[in-house]
Design a protein around this ligand. Structure first.
Ligand code: TYD
Ligand code: MG
Length: 455
Protein backbone atom coordinates (compact mmCIF):
# COMPACT_ATOMS: atom_id res chain seq x y z
CA UNK A 1 0.00 0.00 0.00
CA UNK A 2 1.30 3.39 -0.89
CA UNK A 3 2.24 5.72 1.94
CA UNK A 4 -0.43 8.34 2.64
CA UNK A 5 0.81 11.80 1.91
CA UNK A 6 -0.72 15.10 2.79
CA UNK A 7 -0.91 18.04 0.48
CA UNK A 8 -2.37 21.49 1.00
CA UNK A 9 -4.80 22.68 -1.66
CA UNK A 10 -6.06 26.21 -2.27
CA UNK A 11 -9.85 25.83 -2.14
CA UNK A 12 -10.27 28.77 -4.41
CA UNK A 13 -8.06 27.97 -7.38
CA UNK A 14 -6.85 24.43 -6.78
CA UNK A 15 -3.12 25.26 -6.49
CA UNK A 16 -1.22 22.88 -4.24
CA UNK A 17 1.66 23.18 -1.84
CA UNK A 18 3.52 20.75 0.42
CA UNK A 19 3.05 23.07 3.42
CA UNK A 20 0.43 25.49 4.67
CA UNK A 21 0.64 29.04 3.39
CA UNK A 22 -1.47 32.00 4.39
CA UNK A 23 -1.85 33.60 1.00
CA UNK A 24 -2.16 31.68 -2.21
CA UNK A 25 0.67 32.73 -4.55
CA UNK A 26 -1.41 31.69 -7.52
CA UNK A 27 -4.77 33.43 -6.97
CA UNK A 28 -3.88 35.83 -4.16
CA UNK A 29 -6.67 34.68 -1.83
CA UNK A 30 -6.02 34.59 1.93
CA UNK A 31 -6.53 31.60 4.18
CA UNK A 32 -7.72 29.20 1.54
CA UNK A 33 -5.19 26.36 2.03
CA UNK A 34 -6.62 23.19 3.51
CA UNK A 35 -4.79 19.96 4.19
CA UNK A 36 -5.99 16.92 2.31
CA UNK A 37 -4.70 13.42 2.92
CA UNK A 38 -4.04 11.65 -0.31
CA UNK A 39 -3.84 7.92 -0.18
CA UNK A 40 -3.53 6.20 -3.46
CA UNK A 41 -5.27 2.84 -3.22
CA UNK A 42 -3.77 -0.30 -4.70
CA UNK A 43 -4.62 -1.02 -8.29
CA UNK A 44 -6.93 -3.85 -7.23
CA UNK A 45 -9.79 -1.64 -6.18
CA UNK A 46 -9.51 0.63 -9.15
CA UNK A 47 -12.56 0.95 -11.34
CA UNK A 48 -12.75 -1.37 -14.38
CA UNK A 49 -12.12 1.70 -16.45
CA UNK A 50 -8.61 2.06 -15.09
CA UNK A 51 -7.66 -1.43 -16.04
CA UNK A 52 -8.44 -0.86 -19.68
CA UNK A 53 -5.31 0.37 -21.35
CA UNK A 54 -5.00 1.80 -24.77
CA UNK A 55 -1.58 1.95 -26.26
CA UNK A 56 -1.10 5.20 -28.12
CA UNK A 57 1.38 5.54 -30.94
CA UNK A 58 2.35 8.73 -32.74
CA UNK A 59 0.57 9.31 -36.08
CA UNK A 60 1.02 11.94 -38.78
CA UNK A 61 -1.65 14.63 -38.84
CA UNK A 62 -2.29 13.80 -42.48
CA UNK A 63 -3.04 10.20 -41.59
CA UNK A 64 -5.63 11.02 -38.96
CA UNK A 65 -9.14 10.47 -40.24
CA UNK A 66 -11.03 13.71 -40.13
CA UNK A 67 -14.57 12.77 -39.30
CA UNK A 68 -17.13 15.41 -38.58
CA UNK A 69 -17.88 15.15 -34.90
CA UNK A 70 -21.23 13.50 -34.34
CA UNK A 71 -23.71 15.35 -32.21
CA UNK A 72 -26.71 14.31 -30.21
CA UNK A 73 -29.76 16.50 -30.67
CA UNK A 74 -30.85 17.31 -27.10
CA UNK A 75 -34.34 18.28 -28.31
CA UNK A 76 -33.85 21.56 -26.47
CA UNK A 77 -33.23 24.22 -29.09
CA UNK A 78 -31.67 26.65 -26.62
CA UNK A 79 -29.19 24.09 -25.31
CA UNK A 80 -28.40 22.90 -28.83
CA UNK A 81 -27.68 26.45 -29.87
CA UNK A 82 -25.42 27.14 -26.88
CA UNK A 83 -23.49 23.91 -27.46
CA UNK A 84 -22.97 24.87 -31.09
CA UNK A 85 -25.49 22.49 -32.68
CA UNK A 86 -25.99 19.64 -30.22
CA UNK A 87 -24.07 17.59 -27.70
CA UNK A 88 -20.83 16.22 -29.16
CA UNK A 89 -20.42 12.52 -28.43
CA UNK A 90 -17.57 11.73 -26.08
CA UNK A 91 -17.45 15.28 -24.74
CA UNK A 92 -17.37 16.34 -21.11
CA UNK A 93 -19.61 19.31 -20.33
CA UNK A 94 -19.65 21.25 -17.09
CA UNK A 95 -22.79 23.18 -16.15
CA UNK A 96 -22.24 25.72 -13.38
CA UNK A 97 -24.62 27.98 -11.55
CA UNK A 98 -25.73 29.25 -8.15
CA UNK A 99 -27.79 26.96 -5.94
CA UNK A 100 -31.49 27.06 -6.77
CA UNK A 101 -31.07 28.59 -10.20
CA UNK A 102 -32.43 25.48 -11.93
CA UNK A 103 -29.47 23.35 -13.03
CA UNK A 104 -31.04 20.12 -11.83
CA UNK A 105 -34.37 21.06 -13.36
CA UNK A 106 -32.81 21.82 -16.74
CA UNK A 107 -30.77 18.64 -16.84
CA UNK A 108 -33.59 16.40 -15.66
CA UNK A 109 -35.86 17.95 -18.23
CA UNK A 110 -33.36 17.17 -20.97
CA UNK A 111 -32.91 13.64 -19.68
CA UNK A 112 -36.66 13.07 -19.65
CA UNK A 113 -37.19 14.51 -23.09
CA UNK A 114 -34.61 12.31 -24.79
CA UNK A 115 -36.80 9.31 -25.43
CA UNK A 116 -34.80 7.57 -28.10
CA UNK A 117 -31.62 7.15 -26.13
CA UNK A 118 -30.86 5.73 -22.72
CA UNK A 119 -29.94 8.44 -20.25
CA UNK A 120 -28.47 7.85 -16.81
CA UNK A 121 -29.02 10.64 -14.30
CA UNK A 122 -26.75 10.22 -11.29
CA UNK A 123 -27.78 12.18 -8.26
CA UNK A 124 -25.73 12.68 -5.15
CA UNK A 125 -27.87 15.46 -3.78
CA UNK A 126 -31.43 14.28 -3.96
CA UNK A 127 -33.15 10.97 -3.32
CA UNK A 128 -34.95 9.02 -6.02
CA UNK A 129 -38.28 10.16 -4.53
CA UNK A 130 -37.29 13.80 -4.78
CA UNK A 131 -36.34 13.33 -8.41
CA UNK A 132 -39.63 11.58 -9.01
CA UNK A 133 -41.53 14.54 -7.54
CA UNK A 134 -39.58 16.89 -9.74
CA UNK A 135 -40.20 14.79 -12.82
CA UNK A 136 -43.94 14.78 -12.03
CA UNK A 137 -43.84 18.56 -12.07
CA UNK A 138 -42.04 18.61 -15.38
CA UNK A 139 -44.59 16.10 -16.56
CA UNK A 140 -43.12 14.24 -19.50
CA UNK A 141 -44.15 10.69 -20.18
CA UNK A 142 -42.62 7.62 -21.82
CA UNK A 143 -39.07 8.36 -20.86
CA UNK A 144 -35.99 6.29 -21.22
CA UNK A 145 -34.28 7.88 -18.26
CA UNK A 146 -32.68 6.03 -15.35
CA UNK A 147 -31.97 7.56 -11.96
CA UNK A 148 -29.08 6.41 -9.82
CA UNK A 149 -28.68 7.79 -6.31
CA UNK A 150 -25.02 7.02 -5.63
CA UNK A 151 -21.90 8.98 -4.83
CA UNK A 152 -19.04 6.50 -5.00
CA UNK A 153 -17.58 6.57 -8.50
CA UNK A 154 -16.50 2.90 -8.43
CA UNK A 155 -20.13 1.84 -7.87
CA UNK A 156 -21.31 4.31 -10.47
CA UNK A 157 -19.03 2.88 -13.13
CA UNK A 158 -20.18 -0.62 -12.27
CA UNK A 159 -23.77 0.41 -12.94
CA UNK A 160 -22.76 2.26 -16.08
CA UNK A 161 -21.09 -0.88 -17.45
CA UNK A 162 -24.32 -2.80 -16.97
CA UNK A 163 -26.72 -0.17 -18.21
CA UNK A 164 -24.64 1.17 -21.10
CA UNK A 165 -26.34 4.56 -21.31
CA UNK A 166 -25.89 6.90 -24.27
CA UNK A 167 -25.71 9.99 -22.05
CA UNK A 168 -24.61 10.39 -18.44
CA UNK A 169 -25.58 13.35 -16.25
CA UNK A 170 -23.90 13.84 -12.87
CA UNK A 171 -25.62 16.03 -10.27
CA UNK A 172 -23.27 17.23 -8.84
CA UNK A 173 -19.54 16.67 -9.22
CA UNK A 174 -18.96 18.08 -5.72
CA UNK A 175 -20.92 15.27 -4.07
CA UNK A 176 -18.98 12.41 -5.68
CA UNK A 177 -16.04 10.65 -4.12
CA UNK A 178 -13.65 7.97 -5.22
CA UNK A 179 -11.96 5.17 -3.31
CA UNK A 180 -8.63 6.05 -4.81
CA UNK A 181 -8.24 9.12 -2.66
CA UNK A 182 -8.81 9.44 1.03
CA UNK A 183 -9.94 13.03 1.40
CA UNK A 184 -13.56 14.04 1.89
CA UNK A 185 -16.10 14.57 -0.88
CA UNK A 186 -16.03 18.06 -2.33
CA UNK A 187 -12.33 18.61 -1.63
CA UNK A 188 -10.15 19.68 -4.50
CA UNK A 189 -8.35 16.37 -4.89
CA UNK A 190 -11.64 14.43 -4.90
CA UNK A 191 -13.24 16.71 -7.46
CA UNK A 192 -10.21 16.50 -9.67
CA UNK A 193 -9.98 12.72 -9.47
CA UNK A 194 -13.72 12.11 -10.01
CA UNK A 195 -13.84 14.47 -12.96
CA UNK A 196 -10.84 12.84 -14.53
CA UNK A 197 -12.48 9.40 -14.17
CA UNK A 198 -15.50 10.70 -16.07
CA UNK A 199 -13.25 12.32 -18.62
CA UNK A 200 -11.53 9.00 -19.28
CA UNK A 201 -14.89 7.27 -19.45
CA UNK A 202 -16.23 9.78 -21.98
CA UNK A 203 -13.16 9.53 -24.20
CA UNK A 204 -13.02 5.73 -24.05
CA UNK A 205 -16.66 5.01 -24.71
CA UNK A 206 -17.66 8.07 -26.70
CA UNK A 207 -20.58 8.66 -24.34
CA UNK A 208 -21.06 12.35 -23.52
CA UNK A 209 -21.04 13.25 -19.82
CA UNK A 210 -22.63 16.35 -18.32
CA UNK A 211 -21.31 17.38 -14.91
CA UNK A 212 -23.25 19.84 -12.77
CA UNK A 213 -21.03 22.02 -10.59
CA UNK A 214 -21.72 24.52 -7.85
CA UNK A 215 -20.65 28.08 -7.81
CA UNK A 216 -19.02 29.91 -4.92
CA UNK A 217 -20.22 33.18 -3.41
CA UNK A 218 -18.14 35.27 -5.76
CA UNK A 219 -19.58 33.56 -8.82
CA UNK A 220 -16.73 31.29 -9.84
CA UNK A 221 -17.10 27.54 -10.09
CA UNK A 222 -16.40 26.10 -6.66
CA UNK A 223 -12.90 24.82 -6.31
CA UNK A 224 -12.46 24.10 -9.80
CA UNK A 225 -10.46 26.26 -12.06
CA UNK A 226 -8.92 22.85 -12.61
CA UNK A 227 -12.27 21.50 -13.76
CA UNK A 228 -12.52 24.17 -16.41
CA UNK A 229 -9.28 22.95 -17.93
CA UNK A 230 -10.36 19.35 -17.92
CA UNK A 231 -13.75 19.63 -19.58
CA UNK A 232 -14.51 20.38 -23.23
CA UNK A 233 -17.35 22.80 -22.63
CA UNK A 234 -18.27 25.04 -19.71
CA UNK A 235 -21.81 26.35 -19.52
CA UNK A 236 -23.07 28.79 -16.96
CA UNK A 237 -26.70 28.96 -15.92
CA UNK A 238 -27.56 32.33 -14.47
CA UNK A 239 -30.32 34.79 -13.82
CA UNK A 240 -31.75 37.11 -11.24
CA UNK A 241 -33.61 35.05 -8.72
CA UNK A 242 -36.49 37.52 -8.61
CA UNK A 243 -37.08 37.29 -12.32
CA UNK A 244 -38.33 34.13 -13.91
CA UNK A 245 -35.76 34.32 -16.69
CA UNK A 246 -32.68 32.14 -16.83
CA UNK A 247 -29.79 32.49 -19.18
CA UNK A 248 -27.55 29.69 -20.32
CA UNK A 249 -24.20 31.05 -21.38
CA UNK A 250 -21.21 29.29 -22.86
CA UNK A 251 -17.85 30.18 -21.31
CA UNK A 252 -15.65 27.64 -23.03
CA UNK A 253 -16.40 25.41 -25.98
CA UNK A 254 -13.99 23.17 -27.83
CA UNK A 255 -16.65 22.43 -30.45
CA UNK A 256 -18.23 25.78 -31.23
CA UNK A 257 -18.43 29.46 -30.49
CA UNK A 258 -18.77 30.83 -26.98
CA UNK A 259 -20.91 33.75 -27.91
CA UNK A 260 -24.22 31.96 -27.97
CA UNK A 261 -26.93 32.40 -25.41
CA UNK A 262 -29.97 30.37 -24.41
CA UNK A 263 -32.94 31.91 -22.64
CA UNK A 264 -35.49 30.09 -20.51
CA UNK A 265 -38.37 31.00 -18.29
CA UNK A 266 -38.84 29.13 -15.01
CA UNK A 267 -42.44 28.07 -14.73
CA UNK A 268 -44.40 25.79 -12.43
CA UNK A 269 -43.86 22.96 -14.83
CA UNK A 270 -40.15 23.39 -15.39
CA UNK A 271 -38.16 25.56 -17.76
CA UNK A 272 -39.71 26.87 -20.96
CA UNK A 273 -37.49 27.70 -23.93
CA UNK A 274 -37.83 31.25 -25.13
CA UNK A 275 -37.40 31.35 -28.86
CA UNK A 276 -38.16 35.02 -29.31
CA UNK A 277 -36.50 36.93 -26.46
CA UNK A 278 -37.53 40.38 -27.63
CA UNK A 279 -41.10 39.69 -26.68
CA UNK A 280 -40.28 39.16 -23.04
CA UNK A 281 -37.65 41.88 -22.80
CA UNK A 282 -39.97 44.62 -23.96
CA UNK A 283 -42.75 45.71 -21.68
CA UNK A 284 -45.89 46.41 -23.59
CA UNK A 285 -47.03 49.82 -22.50
CA UNK A 286 -50.04 51.77 -23.56
CA UNK A 287 -48.53 55.17 -23.03
CA UNK A 288 -45.10 56.69 -23.51
CA UNK A 289 -43.02 57.05 -20.36
CA UNK A 290 -39.98 59.20 -19.92
CA UNK A 291 -36.63 57.56 -19.16
CA UNK A 292 -37.14 54.56 -21.40
CA UNK A 293 -35.29 53.85 -24.64
CA UNK A 294 -35.18 50.63 -26.62
CA UNK A 295 -32.02 49.24 -28.10
CA UNK A 296 -31.43 46.67 -30.78
CA UNK A 297 -28.66 44.56 -29.30
CA UNK A 298 -26.99 41.35 -30.34
CA UNK A 299 -26.02 38.54 -28.00
CA UNK A 300 -24.01 35.88 -29.72
CA UNK A 301 -25.53 35.70 -33.15
CA UNK A 302 -28.95 36.59 -31.94
CA UNK A 303 -30.49 40.03 -32.26
CA UNK A 304 -32.92 41.13 -29.57
CA UNK A 305 -34.66 44.29 -28.55
CA UNK A 306 -34.10 45.37 -24.99
CA UNK A 307 -35.43 48.15 -22.82
CA UNK A 308 -33.03 50.49 -21.01
CA UNK A 309 -34.56 52.50 -18.21
CA UNK A 310 -33.02 55.53 -16.54
CA UNK A 311 -34.00 57.68 -13.61
CA UNK A 312 -32.34 61.04 -13.14
CA UNK A 313 -33.04 63.11 -10.04
CA UNK A 314 -31.37 65.86 -8.00
CA UNK A 315 -28.68 64.56 -5.67
CA UNK A 316 -30.12 65.02 -2.20
CA UNK A 317 -26.86 64.90 -0.25
CA UNK A 318 -24.44 66.66 -2.49
CA UNK A 319 -22.59 63.60 -3.73
CA UNK A 320 -24.45 62.23 -6.71
CA UNK A 321 -25.11 58.52 -6.90
CA UNK A 322 -24.57 56.52 -10.04
CA UNK A 323 -25.89 53.06 -10.07
CA UNK A 324 -26.54 50.61 -12.85
CA UNK A 325 -28.03 47.14 -13.06
CA UNK A 326 -27.13 44.98 -16.02
CA UNK A 327 -24.75 47.54 -17.51
CA UNK A 328 -21.11 48.29 -16.71
CA UNK A 329 -21.10 51.19 -14.27
CA UNK A 330 -17.76 52.54 -15.54
CA UNK A 331 -19.22 52.71 -19.00
CA UNK A 332 -22.23 54.57 -17.60
CA UNK A 333 -19.90 57.10 -15.98
CA UNK A 334 -18.08 57.52 -19.26
CA UNK A 335 -21.31 58.13 -21.15
CA UNK A 336 -22.42 60.68 -18.56
CA UNK A 337 -19.09 62.47 -18.92
CA UNK A 338 -19.56 62.57 -22.68
CA UNK A 339 -23.05 64.01 -22.26
CA UNK A 340 -21.76 66.64 -19.86
CA UNK A 341 -18.88 67.71 -22.06
CA UNK A 342 -20.37 67.50 -25.55
CA UNK A 343 -23.92 68.53 -25.00
CA UNK A 344 -23.75 70.84 -22.04
CA UNK A 345 -26.31 68.94 -20.01
CA UNK A 346 -25.55 69.47 -16.34
CA UNK A 347 -25.70 65.99 -14.90
CA UNK A 348 -22.95 66.63 -12.38
CA UNK A 349 -25.32 67.21 -9.49
CA UNK A 350 -27.84 64.56 -10.41
CA UNK A 351 -28.38 61.01 -9.24
CA UNK A 352 -28.47 58.63 -12.20
CA UNK A 353 -29.91 55.13 -11.99
CA UNK A 354 -29.84 52.81 -14.95
CA UNK A 355 -31.56 49.50 -15.34
CA UNK A 356 -31.60 46.96 -18.15
CA UNK A 357 -34.99 45.26 -18.18
CA UNK A 358 -35.39 41.54 -17.73
CA UNK A 359 -32.37 41.01 -15.45
CA UNK A 360 -30.03 40.63 -18.41
CA UNK A 361 -26.43 41.78 -18.30
CA UNK A 362 -25.46 43.51 -21.52
CA UNK A 363 -21.91 43.83 -22.83
CA UNK A 364 -22.84 44.94 -26.33
CA UNK A 365 -21.65 48.52 -26.80
CA UNK A 366 -24.41 49.18 -29.35
CA UNK A 367 -26.68 49.84 -26.40
CA UNK A 368 -24.80 53.13 -25.61
CA UNK A 369 -27.07 55.24 -27.75
CA UNK A 370 -30.19 53.96 -26.02
CA UNK A 371 -28.56 54.56 -22.62
CA UNK A 372 -27.83 58.23 -23.25
CA UNK A 373 -31.29 58.76 -24.76
CA UNK A 374 -32.93 57.16 -21.71
CA UNK A 375 -30.85 59.33 -19.37
CA UNK A 376 -31.73 62.51 -21.22
CA UNK A 377 -35.35 61.55 -21.60
CA UNK A 378 -35.59 61.14 -17.83
CA UNK A 379 -33.63 64.33 -17.20
CA UNK A 380 -35.88 66.40 -19.46
CA UNK A 381 -38.97 64.37 -18.57
CA UNK A 382 -39.83 64.00 -22.24
CA UNK A 383 -40.70 60.48 -23.36
CA UNK A 384 -39.02 58.84 -26.34
CA UNK A 385 -41.63 57.58 -28.78
CA UNK A 386 -42.29 53.85 -28.33
CA UNK A 387 -41.86 53.20 -32.01
CA UNK A 388 -38.26 54.40 -32.06
CA UNK A 389 -35.27 52.24 -31.27
CA UNK A 390 -31.49 52.69 -31.27
CA UNK A 391 -28.30 50.89 -32.20
CA UNK A 392 -25.02 52.75 -31.93
CA UNK A 393 -21.85 53.02 -29.89
CA UNK A 394 -20.93 56.39 -28.39
CA UNK A 395 -17.31 57.49 -28.56
CA UNK A 396 -15.50 59.83 -26.20
CA UNK A 397 -15.87 62.82 -28.45
CA UNK A 398 -19.59 62.29 -28.74
CA UNK A 399 -19.48 60.63 -32.12
CA UNK A 400 -21.86 57.78 -32.90
CA UNK A 401 -19.77 54.86 -34.04
CA UNK A 402 -20.83 52.03 -36.26
CA UNK A 403 -21.70 48.64 -34.77
CA UNK A 404 -21.47 45.09 -36.06
CA UNK A 405 -24.36 43.05 -37.46
CA UNK A 406 -26.35 46.15 -38.21
CA UNK A 407 -28.57 44.45 -40.77
CA UNK A 408 -29.64 41.84 -38.26
CA UNK A 409 -30.51 44.54 -35.75
CA UNK A 410 -32.52 46.48 -38.28
CA UNK A 411 -34.33 43.34 -39.41
CA UNK A 412 -35.25 42.44 -35.83
CA UNK A 413 -36.55 45.97 -35.15
CA UNK A 414 -38.57 45.92 -38.35
CA UNK A 415 -39.95 42.49 -37.50
CA UNK A 416 -41.21 43.74 -34.15
CA UNK A 417 -42.98 46.67 -35.73
CA UNK A 418 -40.71 49.60 -34.84
CA UNK A 419 -41.10 52.55 -37.17
CA UNK A 420 -37.71 54.24 -36.83
CA UNK A 421 -34.21 53.14 -35.87
CA UNK A 422 -31.36 55.52 -35.08
CA UNK A 423 -28.06 54.16 -36.36
CA UNK A 424 -24.59 55.51 -36.96
CA UNK A 425 -24.05 57.36 -40.22
CA UNK A 426 -20.98 55.20 -40.76
CA UNK A 427 -23.10 52.07 -40.74
CA UNK A 428 -25.07 53.17 -43.78
CA UNK A 429 -22.51 51.95 -46.27
CA UNK A 430 -22.80 48.40 -44.90
CA UNK A 431 -26.47 48.28 -45.62
CA UNK A 432 -27.14 46.91 -49.04
CA UNK A 433 -30.66 47.95 -49.84
CA UNK A 434 -33.81 49.62 -48.67
CA UNK A 435 -35.44 46.29 -48.14
CA UNK A 436 -36.49 46.94 -44.55
CA UNK A 437 -39.88 48.15 -43.60
CA UNK A 438 -38.48 50.68 -41.14
CA UNK A 439 -37.13 54.20 -41.44
CA UNK A 440 -33.38 54.43 -40.89
CA UNK A 441 -32.19 57.61 -39.23
CA UNK A 442 -28.43 58.00 -39.63
CA UNK A 443 -26.71 60.17 -37.02
CA UNK A 444 -23.08 61.16 -36.56
CA UNK A 445 -23.02 63.04 -33.24
CA UNK A 446 -24.96 62.93 -29.98
CA UNK A 447 -26.13 66.54 -30.44
CA UNK A 448 -27.80 65.52 -33.68
CA UNK A 449 -29.66 62.68 -31.94
CA UNK A 450 -31.09 65.02 -29.33
CA UNK A 451 -32.14 67.57 -31.89
CA UNK A 452 -33.98 64.91 -33.85
CA UNK A 453 -35.52 63.35 -30.77
CA UNK A 454 -36.42 66.22 -28.51
CA UNK A 455 -36.38 69.09 -31.02
P1 TYD B 1 -33.05 23.38 -9.01
O1 TYD B 1 -33.09 22.76 -10.34
O2 TYD B 1 -33.21 22.50 -7.82
O3 TYD B 1 -31.77 24.26 -8.83
P2 TYD B 1 -30.24 23.84 -8.71
O4 TYD B 1 -30.13 22.42 -9.11
O5 TYD B 1 -29.55 24.79 -9.64
O6 TYD B 1 -29.86 24.08 -7.30
O7 TYD B 1 -34.16 24.52 -9.06
C1 TYD B 1 -34.94 24.73 -8.00
C2 TYD B 1 -35.81 25.93 -8.16
O8 TYD B 1 -36.63 25.92 -9.30
C3 TYD B 1 -36.72 25.87 -6.97
O9 TYD B 1 -36.52 27.04 -6.23
C4 TYD B 1 -38.08 25.71 -7.50
C5 TYD B 1 -37.99 26.06 -8.93
N1 TYD B 1 -38.81 25.23 -9.81
C6 TYD B 1 -39.90 25.78 -10.46
O10 TYD B 1 -40.19 26.96 -10.30
N2 TYD B 1 -40.64 25.00 -11.30
C7 TYD B 1 -40.36 23.67 -11.51
O11 TYD B 1 -41.05 23.00 -12.28
C8 TYD B 1 -39.25 23.12 -10.83
C9 TYD B 1 -38.90 21.67 -11.01
C10 TYD B 1 -38.51 23.92 -9.99
MG1 MG C 1 -29.59 20.79 -7.89
Amino acid sequence: MAKPSSVFFCQSCGAQSPKWIGRCPSCGEWNTYIEEIIQRGSSKNKSPLHQRQILSVPVRVAEIQSGKESRINTLDQELNRVLGGGLVTGSLVLVGGEPGIGKSTLMLQIALNLRNIKVLYITGEESEQQIKMRSDRINTKDQNCFILAETLTQNIFQQIEQLEPALVIVDSIQTLHTDLIDSSAGSISQIRECASEFQKYAKLTNVPVILIGHITKDGTLAGPKILEHMVDTVLQFEGERNYGYRILRCIKNRFGSTSELGIYEMQNSGLREIANPSEILLSHRDENLSGVAISAMVEGLRPMMIETQALVGSAAYGTPQRSSTGFDSRRLNMLLAVLEKRSGFKLGMKDVFLNIAGGLHVDDTAIDLAVICAVLSSNEDIPVDQNICFAGEVGLSGEIRSVNRIEQRIAEAAKLGFEQIFISKYNLKNITSDKYNIRLIPVAKVEEVFKKLFG
